[in-house]
Design a protein around this ligand. Structure first.
Ligand code: GTP
Ligand code: MG
Length: 429
């Protein structure tokens, strides 16, 4: 036998033996202890409502929980989709529920709807990230941590009777690996029964052909398998919401009253509201919470940890070691840092060289310019000197001529002044 096989055999745990008990011990109360602990701790449930403005999100939430949540009307002029979470403490019998309703405000109102899904995806991821950070803390307190991860996304489909809008398909496709999507046809009282039937078939066909995974009510638990299987066939639920009470017979029921009749919210012949409430709250709330943790959060966590360099086994199928992964990551980080440092140093040297060359070139150009100007200056100077000499010569010549003229003039003057004297002498003689 190979050494590795031997090691595996010796380290294998022995099979546990089944024993019967002599009498009542008491650990059959474990499920009750669990229930009691959960009840003391309380539950949290987070619903995300995605649907266009005014589609009836707030009304349906109020109808589902039979209360009035604060909900301000959204404007149709939001620049982008904004997520608005609101948390409420609810109590039924002795069960405490921390319910968070997150509204995707402004969904479908922008002219360019290309990125409408992004704020929703980012919000869901941010809640996963918060949970992961808490899990990774040295001193974590998951026990009293307020879990804000979205457990169910109610996707409100506009009752057009035609087909899904591309915005619906794109958004659901982007969300389906992150959250349990329950599509519902809103304001189902505005569409006729036969149209509604065809619309449901069309929607399911489109979801399948576009590969959109919606939440399926689980059929692996015997207690609820049958009802869940039946309800899966009714998806998407066509719902009507109303908090108004109308008298039908001698009973007050929640309904919408029209001139031609009354649409009763809780009448299964009128709409699927009861089915939705049954599936979402009364039968599958815990499964939605569990699926969120075991499927969607697990996927997020796996991708995130892999991104950070963690893996379950190394290339040789050796078990994962946090210490080794940390060391490997540290080495990788340091060598990357060194590489970056070297790159930056090289860049700096190159830059200095470039600047030096540029400066030298500038210096040469300046020198040439200086020489050129010097030459021009010397030439000018020579010309001026020549002109000065010429001018001097001209001045000298002029002065000479002037002196000659003056000499001539004085001679002439002298001559004329002698003439009368001679005449007088002649006369005397
Ligand atoms: P914003 O939060 O502003 O985006 O709106 P919303 O989606 O919360 O819609 P809201 O519940 O405020 O309802 C808008 C209007 O639709 C109100 O006048 C409701 O009475 C009406 N409405 C709500 N549910 C239904 C329904 O099932 N059928 C019909 N016909 N009207 C409904
Ligand atoms: Mg609202």
């Amino acid at each position: 036998m190979a050494a590795a096989d031997l090691e595996r055999v010796s380290s294998a745990e022995p099979e546990p033996r089944s024993l019967s008990l002599g009498g009542h011990v008491g650990f059959d109360s474990l499920p009750d202890q669990l229930v009691s602990k959960s009840v003391t701790q309380g539950f949290s449930f987070n619903i995300l409502c995605v649907g266009e403005t005014g589609i009836g999100k707030s009304t349906l939430m109020n109808t589902l929980f039979n209360t009035t949540f604060e909900a301000e009307e959204a404007s149709h002029h939001e620049a982008c989709v904004r997520l608005r979470p609101q948390t409420y403490d609810l109590q039924e019998s002795n069960v405490q529920l921390k319910l968070t309703i997150v509204d995707a405000v402004g969904f479908g109102d922008q002219i360019n709807k290309d990125d409408s899904y992004r704020p929703i995806v980012d919000y869901i991821d941010a809640q996963f990230e918060n949970y992961l950070q808490e899990e990774l803390k040295i001193r974590r307190s998951l026990f009293d941590y307020h879990d804000t991860r979205i457990h169910a996304c109610l996707y409100f489909i506009t009752p057009t009777g035609h087909s899904l809008k591309s915005l619906d398909l794109v958004t659901m496709k982007k969300l389906d690996s992150k959250v349990n999507i329950i599509p519902i046809i809103a304001k189902a009282d505005t569409i006729s029964k036969s149209e509604l039937h065809k619309f449901k078939i069309k929607i399911m066909g489109e979801l399948v052909s576009n590969g959109v995974q919606i939440y399926q009510f689980p059929t692996d638990d015997e207690a609820v398998a049958e009802i869940n299987a039946v309800m899966n066939a009714h998806l998407p639920f066509a719902v009507v919401g109303s908090t108004e009470e109308v008298k039908v017979g001698n009973k007050l029921v929640r309904a919408r009253q029209y001139p031609w009749g009354v649409v009763q919210v809780e009448n299964e012949n009128h709409c699927d509201f009861v089915k939705l409430r049954e599936m979402l709250i009364r039968v599958n709330m815990e499964d939605l919470r569990e699926q969120t943790h075991s499927r969607h959060y697990e996927l997020y966590r796996r991708c995130k940890l892999e991104e950070m360099g963690f893996q379950d086994s190394d290339g040789d199928s050796q078990p994962f070691s946090l210490q080794e992964t940390y060391e490997a990551k540290r080495k990788e980080f340091l060598s990357e840092l060194q590489r970056k440092e070297e790159e930056m140093r090289q860049m700096f040297v190159n830059k200095v060289k470039e600047t030096e060359l540029e400066l030298k070139e500038k210096e040469r150009e300046l020198h040439e310019k200086f020489e050129h100007l010097k030459r021009i200056h010397q030439e000018e100077k020579r010309k001026v000197e020549e002109k000065r000499r010429e001018l001097e010569e001209e001045t000298n010549a002029f002065n000479r001529r002037k002196a000659a003229v003056e000499a001539l003039q004085s001679q002439a003057l002298h001559a004329t002044s002698q003439q009368p004297l001679r005449k007088d002498k002649d006369k005397k003689n």
